[in-house]
Design a protein around this ligand. Structure first.
Ligand code: PRP
Ligand code: URA
Length: 209
């Protein structure tokens, strides 16, 4: 069974179109990334476990569900993945946050890891990795390699825009990991940028060039 899930919600589609538009400035871009992450998170977390507890409403005693199961950790891939964190924390406010710093070499397009700090008891957590862009797949593959090497077992990855090349490379290496994609694009150009894509996500979120 495939572990890749493509978003089909019209709100997500609309907001990704706004994100792609070159006229969208930094402030609006940031807000959109956060909103899309929250909407994608709502879909991606639909399999969270619940358990029943007894409570009292103003009317009567009742048994109702609350979240149960593994404690969550959000792990953004720096820099661009940071833009998605608050969207997920809006859904899971008690989640811990780890960070993996990765940078793609401009010529070889290979990622280099420059930082990694994950929450404690990572092996017991539901880990939600965020990165808006899945291009060649190299960054996400290495990030998940790192998380697994540190004990992570239950992992969901969320990417807003993906190229088919990246989806294939990732699922070949990590078939056990659930991958949530906002939009699947045509492919990569000679600079390994996603087409039509949205440009450089990190630069657009942080206003750098
Ligand atoms: C971008 C993006 C991903 C990576 C995707 O990060 O946020 O992490 O490229 O490319 P890949 O699938 O080919 O590895 P970048 O290296 O530009 O760093 P930044 O977020 O700091 O801008
Ligand atoms: N990283 C980005 O930010 N955008 C792309 O299209 C590819 C990698």
């Amino acid at each position: 069974m495939s572990n890749v899930y493509y978003m089909n919600h019209p709100l997500i589609k609309h907001k990704i179109t706004m994100l792609r538009d070159e006229r969208t400035g930094t402030n609006e871009f940031r807000k959109l990334v956060e909103e899309i992450a929250m909407l994608m998170g709502y879909e991606a977390l639909c399999d969270l476990k619940t358990r029943d507890i007894e409570i009292k409403t103003p009317i009567e005693d009742t048994v109702q569900p609350v979240l149960d199961g593994k404690k969550p950790a959000v792990v953004p891939i720096l820099r661009a993945g940071l833009g998605m964190v608050n969207g997920i924390l809006a859904l899971l406010p008690s989640a811990k946050v780890g960070h993996i710093g990765m940078c793609r070499d401009e010529k070889t397009h290979k990622p280099q890891t420059y930082y990694c700090k994950l929450p404690s008891f990572i092996e017991e957590r539901l880990i939600i990795v965020t990165d808006p862009m899945l291009a060649t797949g190299g960054s996400l593959i290495d990030a998940v390699n790192e998380i697994k090497a540190l004990g992570g077992k239950t992992i969901k990855c969320m990417c807003i825009v993906a190229a088919p090349e990246g989806v294939k490379a990732f699922t070949d290496k990590h078939p056990d990991v659930q991958l949530y994609i906002g939009a699947l694009d045509r492919g990569l150009n000679e600079n390994a940028y996603i087409c039509p894509g949205l440009g450089d996500a990190g630069d657009r979120i942080f206003g750098t060039k």
